[in-house]
Design a protein around this ligand. Structure first.
Ligand SMILES: NC(=O)c1ccc[n+]([C@@H]2O[C@H](COP(=O)([O-])OP(=O)(O)OC[C@H]3O[C@@H](n4cnc5c(N)ncnc54)[C@H](OP(=O)(O)O)[C@@H]3O)[C@@H](O)[C@H]2O)c1
Length: 449
């Protein structure tokens, strides 16, 4: 039997699912599939049968879930090459093995679900192309913001909107660290150590704290919002490792909270600004109040206006919730014979609809903190250089935490161009009274709803 576009319709009452990986997320998915089987059938009309799970090291058991006999295996071929399996769920993580297993599953005509943003950020174009050629879907809701249904929202709910901008708190580890720094006036390194001890941060936290994980998620959000692909090297990415307890305190005194934001903004001329960096957001804004390991994505569309999606961006069950939603969508594709969603055509590297702005050309407001010699006339010298580069100061406060002969000058600027700011800073650093490099943090006011 064939459905739309000649795609085979599977005429059977249940759909067989195979999972690669029985770690944190794989366990959550198996719990939902086994324990909520009847609920899923009632809600979605799909009867999902968990047929195989692959785990490297066996035997294994998990509290809270009893698997069918012969379900566990250490051989991935029993999933990806198994003619009985309709949907393959990749939850092993990493790039190399996951990449080849997903390719094999797609080539075998299986619909695929993955939570692997690192893999999609690097090989997404090629994998979506392959899925499109084989007329299967490659669903990835859990790859960005865990349990928050932001992928489906951008693909379907906001399909009639030009997305003006989006701002995401999409890395729970960074948000947890910054929230702790705000609430307890502690240093970055102390919070990171505590977060690692409690399992909120990886032993090697580089991908999180350097902003790479957030950037990988931004690549996926941009592909959906702007029908264009951007690679990691094209993005401007700054992490949170340079944020000090002082910055947090001064930002608070000025009415702001520091968040690591993944930002995409459509500017004049069909150009998108794409960047990840620590950002001052007004303390009254909803994003400022997204605390702990929670995630949130603010999307502003031309028709819908501002919207905010909030929830748990990681963890066993929230992430599994998103994976199961993707499995149900894939099951409908199997049963109804529909091919991959249309959006996957441009995820596969179709014609880009927008260009991407260089960080030099963005225009924004800035928080700047200089450490300077405590002498008359320094502020005037700095103000003159900024003025020469068309940067006007909105407010200045002087702080004295350094001891006898240096002070901090903390400034907020009006909107200025980044390349002017960099040129001004290099001249300011040449002043004998200025000690070291300034702390420079961009400000976003638009999130203030
Ligand atoms: N954890 C989260 O909160 C979260 C949130 C969003 C997205 N994700 C994404 O979800 C994916 C899975 O994350 P996770 O936290 O569940 O990982 P995890 O806890 O490390 O689990 C990985 C599982 O895959 C198995 N595995 C690894 N390589 C394998 C191979 N070559 N063959 C067979 N099995 C293999 C491991 O088996 P062994 O146990 O035997 O080694 C383990 O059971 C990643 O892409 C991650 O980025 C995770």
């Amino acid at each position: 039997m064939y459905g739309k576009e000649g795609v085979a319709v599977v005429d059977k009452s249940y759909i067989n699912v195979g999972i690669l990986g029985w770690g944190t997320v794989g366990t959550g998915v198996s719990k939902i599939l086994m324990n909520q089987h009847a609920l899923i059938a009632k809600n979605s009309g799909t009867d999902l049968n968990l047929k195989k799970i692959v785990k490297r090291t066996l035997p294994a058991t998990r509290e809270g879930v009893e698997l069918p006999a012969d379900c566990l295996t250490s051989n991935p071929a029993e999933v990806v090459d198994n003619p009985d399996i309709d949907i393959v769920v990749e939850l092993i993580g990493g790039v190399t093995e996951a990449h080849s297993l997903i390719r094999r599953a797609i080539q075998n005509g299986k619909h695929v679900v993955t939570a692997n943003k690192a893999l999609l950020a690097e090989h997404g174009g090629e994998l979506f192309q392959l899925a499109s050629e084989h007329q299967v879907s490659l669903n990835f809701e859990a790859s960005t913001a865990g349990g928050i249904p932001i992928i489906k929202t951008l693909q379907e709910s906001f399909a009639g909107n030009q997305i003006h901008s989006l701002y995401g708190i999409v890395n729970g580890t960074c948000n947890y660290i910054l929230t702790e720094m705000h609430e307890h006036s502690v240093n970055f390194s102390d919070v990171l150590k505590a977060a690692q001890d409690m399992g909120y941060a990886e032993a090697d936290p580089t991908l999180d704290v350097e902003g790479i994980d957030a950037a990988q998620k931004l690549i996926l959000l941009i592909a959906l919002a702007y029908r264009s692909s951007i690679s990691l090297p094209q993005l401007h990415v700054e992490g949170i490792t340079n944020i000090t307890a002082q910055e947090i305190q001064y930002a608070r005194e000025l009415g702001y909270v520091i968040k690591l934001l993944a930002i995409a903004k459509l500017t004049d001329g069909n150009c998108v600004e794409a960047r990840v960096h620590p950002t001052l957001v007004p303390e009254r804004s909803l994003l400022a109040n997204v605390g702990g390991a929670f995630n949130a994505v603010c999307v502003i569309g031309d028709a819908v206006g501002p919207t905010l999606f909030y929830g748990q961006g990681a963890g066993e069950m929230p992430t599994a919730s998103a994976v199961v939603a993707d499995i149900i969508d894939a099951a409908k594709s199997v049963q109804q014979g529909v091919s991959a969603p249309i959006s996957q055509a441009w995820l596969a590297g179709g014609q880009a609809e927008v260009g991407f702005a260089s960080i030099d050309d963005i225009e924004t407001r800035y928080y700047i903190r200089f450490v300077v010699a405590d002498r008359p006339g320094v502020l005037a010298k700095i103000g003159t250089i900024l003025g020469n580069w068309q940067i006007s100061i909105a407010s200045v406060i002087q702080k004295d935490p350094h001891g006898m002969d240096t002070v901090s000058l903390v400034m907020l600027t009006h909107t200025a161009r980044e390349k002017n700011m960099r040129a001004a800073l290099s001249q300011i650093y040449a002043l004998e009274e200025v000690k070291g490099e300034a702390q420079l943090i961009r400000i976003e006011e638009e999130v203030a709803f």
